[in-house]
Design a protein around this ligand. Structure first.
Ligand SMILES: O=C(O)CCC(=O)C(=O)O
Length: 315
């Protein structure tokens, strides 16, 4: 579902919004089914929690970084309406996905209550601009129903926190608890929030409950003091190769893959990248040639020489 302008205005003004029915039913069902390649099904977990102790060591034990073994999960991060919302909220098309995590929580595994915090503390070296310029867009996509019993995210509207200096990104719980808005919503819903919004994860309120979400964070490329992950560090992990093959050039670009028209692309790189990602369609980037002679480190031709001798094949 396309995120409405009024929902995006709510992110700018209140700091967050919840969009119900965001994922289409087919995408949601396929992603839910694929969760069990990674996590114990709730009935298996609760049959004997001691057998699944690895998910209960800390409240972050259920966090799994992108990529995942299946396209059904990997595609959620580049869901077209999510990318569209990021472009419209951030007012830019040169975007990057700077973090994707899946997070499973099981009631009773551990106490999932968090202190109030602002996410920029570990998404940026500095502080967000309060005028919203170059905002980072953080999201939580619900892959299971999250009722008040299921540890919903609790958020404080910006209007209630304007007097709390930004440098305080972790706060002891106080009167703000009374101002919390719960992001309880059905599976398939999307929570968008800003990194200067005070919020917290909360614990389950009943036994036998579980919560599965995917967190996908976007930012405008170029502000190098912001970010969390370099995807090159994850390129050899299962699922990334298949994801790069399945994605469009635009979707790959969100992970830092060289875009069409980049002077990275030449006959040699087209051939070698095609060999690294069997099945990938590199047509939009140019025409492959014979593998080029490999240059050793330090022998990179200066830019002027490269543009003469190695112009992109479609240039
Ligand atoms: O799990 C949640 O609902 C929120 C988690 C969170 O805010 C965090 O870990 O920074």
């Amino acid at each position: 579902m396309r995120v409405s302008d009024s929902s995006l205005a709510q992110v700018r003004d209140r700091g967050f919004t919840v969009v119900e029915g965001f994922l289409d039913p087919g995408t949601l069902k396929a992603a839910q089914d694929a969760l069990w390649d990674i996590y114990p099904r709730p009935e298996d977990y609760f049959a004997d929690p001691r057998k699944h102790a690895r998910w209960a060591l800390t409240q972050f034990s259920g966090v799994k970084l992108y990529p995942y073994p299946s396209w059904a999960l990997n595609r959620v991060a580049v869901y077209p309406d999510l990318v569209d919302a990021a472009e419209r909220l951030l007012g830019a098309t040169d975007l990057e996905i700077y973090k994707v995590e899946l997070w499973a929580k099981y009631a009773g595994a551990i106490n999932y209550d968090q202190v109030h915090h602002r996410d920029f503390g570990n998404h940026s070296l500095v502080a967000p601009r309060s005028d919203g310029a170059h905002m980072q867009m953080t999201t939580i996509i619900l892959l299971s129903d999250v009722t008040e019993l299921d540890g919903p995210t609790k958020l404080i509207p910006l209007s209630e926190s304007r007097d709390i200096p930004l440098h305080r990104h972790h706060l002891r719980m106080g009167d703000l608890v009374d101002k919390e808005v719960s992001a309880a919503a059905p599976a398939g819903s999307l929570l968008i929030y800003r990194t200067d919004v005070i919020h917290r994860g909360s614990d389950f309120k009943a036994p036998g409950r579980s919560r599965f979400v995917m967190l996908v964070d976007f930012q405008e490329r170029g502000w190098r003091w912001n970010g969390k992950i370099h995807w090159g560090d994850h390129a050899n992990r299962p699922g990334l190769r298949e994801a790069m093959v399945a994605m469009t050039p635009r979707e790959r670009d969100l992970f830092g893959f060289p875009p069409t028209g980049s002077d990275y692309w030449n006959a040699q790189t087209l051939t070698d990248v095609a060999a690294r990602y069997p099945g990938i369609d590199l047509g939009p980037y140019g025409k492959p040639g014979k593998p080029g002679a490999r240059r050793g480190a330090g022998s990179r031709a200066p830019r002027a020489a490269r543009s003469k001798g190695e112009s992109p094949p479609d240039a």
